[in-house]
Design a protein around this ligand. Structure first.
Ligand SMILES: C[S@@+](CC[C@H](N)C(=O)[O-])C[C@H]1O[C@@H](n2cnc3c(N)ncnc32)[C@H](O)[C@@H]1O
Length: 139
């Protein structure tokens, strides 16, 4: 299906990289403009999955037994995952997202934490991002 819910056949599904990323960026820009720079917007209306998402992700991460110094949250949005899953575990958190408004909400939310682990906020598409060395324990 395309973004309007119309059926597409296989030959229509091939789009070039630039169109693909611009379409994604535009979609999230519209979500922000609709005032959905919030949990509802991040989860496409499925806010009720948030608690289960965080709990099951915590369980999964315990199994991985990783170092817990530095993490990069890619496509962080407003920092829902970073705040609720990563902040209690990681000392240092970087966020990366294509949408500046989402990242500003994340900055505000993090600034209210008793211990703010936020380090860098990258407003850039992942496809253009180059990490400054192998610093992350988890991406
Ligand atoms: C479904 S939301 C998830 C947000 C957050 N991870 C969460 O679970 O609450 C997807 C996020 O990916 C971001 N995004 C989409 N394409 C991206 C890209 N090419 N590079 C970086 N971020 C992107 C969007 O702006 C949006 O914030």
């Amino acid at each position: 299906m395309d973004m309007d819910g119309n059926d597409m056949n296989r030959s229509e599904v091939h789009i070039d990289e630039k169109t693909w990323y611009e379409g994604g960026e535009e979609y999230w820009k519209i979500i922000a403009e609709k005032g959905k720079a919030n949990m509802d917007g991040m989860l496409g209306g499925l806010t009720h999955v948030h608690d289960t998402d965080i709990t099951e992700s915590q369980n999964f991460m315990k199994l991985l037994n990783l170092r817990t110094d530095y993490v990069l949250d890619v496509g962080s949005g407003i920092g829902r995952v970073a705040e609720h899953l990563l902040a209690p575990i990681y000392a240092n958190i970087d966020l990366l997202d294509i949408n500046a408004e989402f990242l500003q909400v994340a900055r505000n939310n993090f600034s209210q934490l008793p211990r703010n682990p936020l380090r860098n906020v990258f407003c850039i598409g992942l496809q253009q991002f180059r990490a400054q060395g192998p610093i992350y324990d988890l991406v």
